[in-house]
Design a protein. Sequence first.
Length: 235
Amino acid sequence: MSQRFFISESIEAGQLELTGAEARHLGRVMRAQPGDQVTLFDGQGCEALATIQQVDRDHVTLQVDELLEVDRERPVSLVLGVALPRGDRQKWLVEKLVELGVSSLVPLVTERGVAQPTDKALDRLRRMVIEASKQCGRNRLMEIDMPRTLEDFCQAHADFPRKLIAHPGEAAGGLDKQGLMLNPDEATVAAVGPEGGFGDSELDIADRHGWQRISLGPRILRVETAALALAGLTG
Ligand code: SAM
């Protein structure tokens, strides 16, 4: 059985218990049997091969066979603050950002934002992170941070060497795509605005905190396209 399963406790040698949705998936959906081998990951960077010992209604007992040293993370971190789009576009965005190795996604609360995520919505996105990580082989979970205003976001990430705010048509005064690719080794924090764009006062806030404006080309991109472009261009 080649599927990956997420375990919320850190993986160490010995016996482990899989519980909740992951145990139900393994036991009821995959119809796993004692003796089957699966891959486990703990979301903190560890992956292991483990053999199923016992399958119960809501939990599965496994024995770790081998701890695997696999690092599929980016060499440097990328934190993205995004004014989230609505509904399915939000889930799609989270899935793709996990695949592209983004370290942390911060929902931005902006002047013109449409979706202000509730705790329940954030929990759904965190579940999406696990599903996407199972699929793409990532062993460290992308963090879904608490929602922040731009001021709060800038303050919380002041120590990053590269701080960017995506704004259409800003190449003359800021960075363009080529400039962005010149320093792939710098830990980066970047902000993407809502469909209506950042307001002037928000752009002023970013200026005051020394954030660089970046153009992603001559066309206006949807929120999720802009976020994916930034993730792709920064390594
Ligand atoms: N009319 C809005 C404006 O002029 O800002 C368009 C907003 S766009 C749909 C949503 C967000 O994606 C923007 O706030 C920006 O962060 C990012 N974005 C979209 N296209 C971009 C581009 N060509 N260059 C830089 N950022 C872009």
